[in-house]
Design a protein around this ligand. Structure first.
Ligand SMILES: Nc1ncnc2c1ncn2[C@@H]1O[C@H](COP(=O)(O)OP(=O)(O)OP(=O)(O)O)[C@@H](O)[C@H]1O
Ligand SMILES: [Mg+2]
Length: 218
């Protein structure tokens, strides 16, 4: 987040360089690109370039991951993918999660050892503390989304599931059919006893997820 003063910005009430002219928003590094993934078929995207985005999207329960939000560049003969537009990450629930990469063949490949090590190192509590240190205190609902999505990613990967298989647990197959993760969260919510705390809630989801993953054909 940045505060910025610049006479070139839109100042409908005039500009005198005073505090009322200060703009507040997000400042990002510009990423060079030659279009987005909407502009070409996925066939030539490197597996690890797709997989890094699958990790980010599952982890953040991204609800706006269409191909237009992945920039494409060619660097020394290699295709490099850069995910952008993360304004609808960590939603309060999973109902809008959709991932265009579910339909790309790379998502059916297993994660590499390097990706698995990275996934294993993730810690939702650390992420929540980090966001808080930067001034963003997640609501209980959004923090829960991050906790559940991190849990799903870690357990799914540890059980040998591909990004596709994990993503399918998070996303709705059709608009009106709740995803597996939505059903689990709802079931855990329904079974919540008076005074049940967040840790106990997560433990309930964790047990349900273990059960489902055990019965899932890898
Ligand atoms: N070249 C780039 N380098 C870095 N970030 C970029 C770049 N292009 C887009 N973004 C990021 O993606 C955000 C949305 O840009 P995008 O081009 O996806 O617009 P949009 O799709 O019209 O937005 P929305 O999806 O909200 O309607 C920007 O605010 C910026 O954060
Ligand atoms: Mg966009």
């Amino acid at each position: 987040m940045a505060k910025c003063l610049n006479p070139g910005f839109n100042h409908p009430r005039g500009y005198d360089g005073g505090p009322e002219n200060i703009k507040f928003g997000s400042l990002q590094m510009f990423v060079k690109n030659c279009g987005s993934c909407e502009d070409m078929g996925p066939r030539d995207f490197p597996v690890e370039e797709v997989h890094k985005i699958t990790v980010l999207d599952i982890r953040t329960a991204n609800a706006d991951r269409h191909a237009g939000n992945i920039l494409l560049n060619r660097e020394g003969g290699h295709i490099v993918l850069t995910p952008v537009d993360h304004g609808y990450c960590l939603p309060e629930n999973f109902k809008d999660c959709t991932f265009d990469w579910l339909y790309w063949p790379q998502s059916r490949e297993p994660y590499s050892k390097q990706a698995l090590d990275y996934i294993n190192s993730l810690d939702a509590e650390q992420d929540i503390a980090l966001l808080s240190a930067y001034g963003w205190d997640l609501s209980l609902e959004c923090a829960r989304t991050l906790r559940v999505s991190t849990m799903l990613l870690k357990k799914g990967a540890a059980n040998g599931l591909s990004p596709f298989a994990i993503g399918r647990i998070m996303c709705r197959e059709t608009v009106n059919k709740e995803s597996m993760i939505e059903k689990m969260v709802q079931k855990a919510h329904d079974s919540m006893l008076m005074g049940m705390n967040e840790a106990e809630f997560l433990e309930t989801v964790s047990n349900m997820l273990d059960f489902e993953l055990e019965n899932m054909c890898v």
